[in-house]
Ligand binder design. Structure first.
Ligand code: FES
Ligand code: FES
Length: 162
């Protein structure tokens, strides 16, 4: 076991973990951040997607040790000042989920896309979620929601929104 300091959603945490512990195990089991889901636990479904220094990663394929010194963002850290991220709000508005198990990972990837490219196209959105498996077929509404969120981001950047 070794001591590990991590920064999650802007807050510092110290945990004692086995060096083979994955990031998602620390998030869920040590820190209680259960918004990040485990689907396959082998890098095939993207349910466990989080941001590491602003880039999307599969947290089931990332050793917690490799997150040392980096900014980790989970679904719990996406809302700011009690206000949902535009992608979260758009998922609600467009009913972009059914069972919801894949939703946190989808939201993290779609939010990553619109943050970087508010002018994203449908193809961009398809690409962003191409590694995410949703078995209940919520994709059409996920696409609509993400494009709506991108439009909201554009409006916000142009000073036309809240
Ligand atoms: S749980 Fe990590 S990719 Fe499926
Ligand atoms: S909403 Fe259930 S698997 Fe996608």
């Amino acid at each position: 076991m070794m001591e590990l300091s991590l920064t999650v959603n802007g807050r510092p945490f110290a945990v004692h973990v086995d060096p083979a512990t994955t990031l998602v195990e620390v998030l869920r089991d040590e820190l209680g951040l259960t918004g990040t889901k485990i689907g396959c636990d082998r890098g095939a479904c993207s349910a466990c997607t989080v941001w590491l220094d602003g880039e999307v990663v599969a947290s089931c394929m990332t050793f917690a040790l490799d997150a040392r010194g980096k900014q980790i963002t989970t679904i719990e850290g996406l809302a700011k000042d009690e206000q949902l991220h535009p992608v979260q709000q758009a998922f609600v508005d467009h009913d972009a989920l059914q069972c919801g198990f894949c939703t946190p990972g989808m939201v993290m990837s779609c939010a990553h896309l619109v943050e970087r490219n508010p002018a994203c196209t449908l193809d961009d959105v398809r690409g962003a979620v191409s590694g995410h498996l949703c078995r209940c077929g919520a994709y059409p509404n996920i696409f609509k929601a993400t494009l709506a969120a991108a439009a909201a981001m554009r409006q916000r950047k142009s000073g036309g929104g809240t």
